[in-house]
Design a protein around this ligand. Structure first.
Ligand code: FES
Ligand SMILES: [Fe+2]
Length: 336
């Protein structure tokens, strides 16, 4: 694991926060008969369903001679390598080595490396950190439906920017009237009132985008938005009539996978609107975000050189927590 100066963390995403769940894929993306190839945390993984339907994750490099397990298929609940047909159970054990015959005693070292995964709320969650006997449940915010419903829709995409920049973008309320003016015409530019605070592992932030009439807020006008972050990489929030959730995970140090879900509390047409919201995220909103985040990544502007303003407070809180967690992580793991 690389250890870079903290000033580089916006650009390089040098270290990943450990000992937590990351949502890495939609559960429906893992079929029964074949594995899902997935690159996360800089590793090539193969996800597959065992005989009981539960999802398992292994390193895609076959422990026999390195062929791609993600290109194999699932046979009797075990993942079969496409090269010599060795089969690996969900716990990584090799359960068949056809070239050696059934009587062969398969050595224990001939095992695929496994990663703890859970299927919950329609997503696959991967535990990135030290293995445990008992794992906590993946965090899920109150009020967000935990599966596709008739007022709920889910989407997935990948950004070629580091996780830190993707998180910045999704914790940022005040870019909306500028970066997304195509989909939010007429939205006020002033973020007032606004507050952001840290409570345990969660950053709560919320504010109202309104026209700047140089008067105190009247308590009604504008668009209220909350954007909260369950540290490190799950953002959830509310806006008028709906909720959204964005769950992120690093593909590697320069790329990020994003899963997002919209829930629209609108009778009859809520489902249609939720699907429309996902479509507009994919086609209109996220490309505008990505353009600016790519520029920020290219600029190499380090964290210490960013001139944050009060409306950036949620992002500042995120980085301060990141800084503390990295320090604790480094203290806990002897550096090589
Ligand atoms: S490399 Fe996978 S079975 Fe030989
Ligand atoms: Fe955005």
């Amino acid at each position: 694991m690389r250890h870079e100066p903290l000033t580089q963390i916006r650009r390089d995403h040098a270290e990943t926060i450990e000992d937590t769940w990351y949502a890495v894929a939609r559960a429906r993306a893992v079929p029964r008969a074949r594995p899902l190839a997935l690159r996360r945390f800089g590793r090539d993984l193969a996800l597959f369903r065992g005989a009981d339907g539960r999802i398992a994750a292994v390193d895609a490099a076959c422990p026999h001679r390195g062929a791609d397990l993600a290109a194999g298929r699932v046979v009797d609940g075990a993942l079969q390598c496409p090269y010599h047909g060795f089969r690996f159970a969900p716990d990584g054990r090799c359960v068949a080595a056809p070239c050696e015959g059934r009587a062969f005693r398969i050595p224990a070292e001939l095992a695929a490396r496994t990663w703890p995964v859970r299927e919950a709320h329609g997503f696959v969650w991967l535990w990135w950190g030290a293995p445990r006997d008992v794992y906590p449940e993946p965090f899920w915010p109150d009020g967000m439906p935990d599966r596709e419903g008739w007022r709920t829709a889910t989407g997935a995409l990948e950004w070629d920017v580091p996780l830190t920049l993707a998180i910045e973008s999704n914790l940022d309320i005040h870019h909306t009237p500028f970066a997304h003016r195509r989909v939010t015409p007429g939205l006020g530019h002033r973020l007032d009132p606004y507050e952001a605070r840290l409570d345990g592992d969660t950053i709560y932030s919320g504010g109202t985008l309104r026209r700047d009439d140089e008067r105190p807020w009247d308590g009604r006008s504008g668009l209220g938005i909350t954007l909260n972050c369950h540290f490190p990489a799950l953002i959830f929030g509310e806006f008028r009539g709906g909720r959204l959730l964005v769950a992120m995970a690093p593909i590697d140090v320069t790329r990020t996978a994003l899963l997002f879900r919209y829930h629209l509390d609108v009778p009859v047409i809520g489902g249609l609107l939720a699907r429309l919201a996902v479509w507009s995220e994919l086609r209109l909103v996220q490309p505008d975000d990505l353009a600016q985040q790519r520029a920020a990544a290219r600029s190499g502007l380090p964290l210490h050189a960013c001139r944050f303003v009060p409306s950036d407070r949620a992002i500042v809180l995120w980085y301060s927590l990141y800084r503390r967690r990295l320090a604790a992580q480094r203290a806990a793991v002897p550096r090589s």
